[in-house]
Design a protein. Sequence first.
Length: 201
Amino acid sequence: MAKKPRLRRMTDIDRLADQYKKNVEAITGEYQQSFGAFQTEQTRKMEPYNVAAEQYKTAMGEYEKQAAGYKERLAAHQKAIEDVQANPRQLVGRTIGGGKRGFMYEIEGQRYSERAGLPEGYSVDANQNLYKDRPIPKFAEKAPMAPTAPTMPELGEFDVSTFQAKRGEAETTFKREVAERKAARLGAVGRRATRPMLQES
């Protein structure tokens, strides 16, 4: 009948190593649980921001369309100003006859004499042609306002220092206790080795 293999007896150092392993696993479990809670909180904080970011994206697209239209109208207005500056007067009529008061002109259904005075903004040239000053066009449209970008929430960083300290403490304790067990075992071996010599004397 085959002999059953003898089970190796667990030494103090084996027990310390096993306990150290359990401690590390417990610390790792705490870390994972705490980090999971941290990630959940981060997600909760980010939810309003993500909604606002989508709204901002939509609003920004609309703003860009409005801004493009505004830019086109502003460019057209600038061209109109340049045209007025190049041609400040517009021919609106000619003399309809002369008289004691000088040449007569019809303006908006009424007759005016050059000598008596023409309405403001009207003038004549040497050929008695009637001109009206062209007003500088005004641009009253306001530029579209860009939407305000949402502010990223303060998320902070996950603090690993507590877990690093716990792990470091567990490792230090394990090494110290292993060293103590080894020192005690060496001391015991030394005492056994000196006993026969004491007995012989």
